[in-house]
Design a protein around this ligand. Structure first.
Ligand SMILES: [Zn+2]
Length: 400
């Protein structure tokens, strides 16, 4: 990686030059040199069919190039990883520069794409242009009457006091289908109810792609500009109706207490069954918490005969792998990407750097995991189950 990138300066030498406001003549002089050494050249007969100019191909220019970097720009471009300075006479220098430019290419392409998409956004063109109710043709949204009718119905029904579930049921009963000719479900109805585009206005760049390497889609909470395009197309619902629906959704959500995310444990979504690929789920038995393949819990042993793993084992083994004194959820999440539960009491931990650690665990002897009190309680419960003692004795005994 080039040092100027760390400094937040443009990545090309010419860019460095222009930021440092060099005069035009020096810039173009430098530009030619940069082009000669840093950009692939056309293979010709006279240059022996080469695609790159290296220092040995023109030692005079190479000297000028080095001088340009040092004298005219006054910047020593330093390759931190390789520990090489542009002003050094290291013979491998140019190759290093060329290699780093190749790496830059991927980033540049991605930047160009992003710029073009943002430009389109500014002009009111969406990137993802599939909206139920509209057709999208060359940057213009046009109402599809029968779809727009369903959108209207959904808003009307909801504002008449029906819940999302009831609205869904009603439009399905009335025979309306989605664009893919499927029945409506609650989340697709909810999506319609929360889509601002139906007001005839657009908010663009609601999401963005994180970077050229991860390509993760993220919600844009002010990280990049959002573009609000007024009256960009024909409205299906009014802005005030849309607002009313949003308020109503919020109000009813908080009343019902629904849509609160379900309780999450450190191992939620982390453990995968080696036998059937289903996630493990937490289960509470009378004496302890265990994790078991959800396929097994839902469909029984016939579907998957994977064994359960006691939660205390998971805590213990994780703590052990992370070399911690005691379990820490943050450290756990930061370092471990998944756990595979295998036969023979084996747990395969995949760390975030892709390395795997295999741990074999043993069922604890009862004396360790069961305290004296727990054992006594279990004994009494069993007796009670068999009807050998009555409830009164039971509670008396446990109070001792
Ligand atoms: Zn399973």
């Amino acid at each position: 990686m080039v040092a100027s990138a760390y400094l937040g300066l443009p990545l090309s030498l010419q860019g460095v030059g222009s930021v440092l406001s060099l005069d035009k003549q020096k810039l173009s002089e430098g530009k030619d040199l940069i082009k000669y050494f840093c950009v692939p050249c056309t293979p010709t007969k006279s240059n022996g069919g080469r695609t790159r100019n290296l220092p040995m191909h023109d030692s005079k220019k190479w000297c000028e190039f080095k001088k340009y970097n040092l004298r005219h720009i006054g910047v020593d471009v330093y390759f931190e990883e390789q520990n090489i300075h542009t002003i050094s006479s290291d013979g491998e220098l140019m190759i290093t520069i060329l290699a780093s430019y190749a790496q830059e290419e991927s980033r540049q392409v991605s930047e160009n794409m992003k710029w073009r998409i943002r430009k389109n956004f500014e002009e009111g063109k969406t990137w993802n242009s599939v909206i139920y109710g509209y057709s999208y043709d060359d940057g213009i949204f046009k109402i599809i009457p029968h779809e727009a009718h369903v959108v209207r119905l959904i808003y009307d029904y909801y504002l008449s006091g029906m819940g999302v579930g009831a609205v869904t049921k009603k439009i399905n009963e009335e025979g309306y289908l989605t664009r893919k000719n499927k029945k409506w479900n609650k989340s697709s109805v909810r999506y319609i109810l929360t889509n601002y585009n139906y007001t005839g206005n657009l908010i663009l760049q609601k999401t963005y792609t994180e970077n050229h390497l991860t390509k993760k889609k993220k919600l844009n909470n002010g990280y990049l500009p959002k573009y609000h395009v007024k009256e960009s197309h024909e409205a299906i619902v009014s802005v005030s109706e849309y607002r009313k629906v949003q308020e109503e959704l919020k109000k009813r959500d908080s009343l019902s207490g629904k849509r609160r995310s379900p309780k999450k444990y450190p191992f939620t979504g982390m453990i995968v069954c080696d036998k059937c690929g289903t996630n493990y789920r937490r289960k509470t038995t009378p004496y302890k918490h265990v994790w078991q393949c959800n396929n097994h819990i839902e469909n029984g042993k016939v579907a998957c005969d994977a064994k359960q793993v006691p939660e205390e084992i998971l805590f213990e083994v994780s703590t052990d792998i992370l070399e911690l004194e005691e379990f820490n959820e943050d450290t756990f999440k930061k370092n471990i990407s998944s756990i595979k539960a295998c036969d023979n009491n084996e747990l395969v931990f995949t760390l975030n750097d892709e390395t795997e650690v295999i741990k074999k665990w043993q069922n604890k002897p009862r004396s360790e995991s069961w305290t004296k009190e727990k054992r006594e309680l279990a004994r009494l419960r069993e007796l009670k189950r068999r009807g050998e003692i009555n409830g009164k004795n039971y509670s008396n005994s446990t109070n001792n």
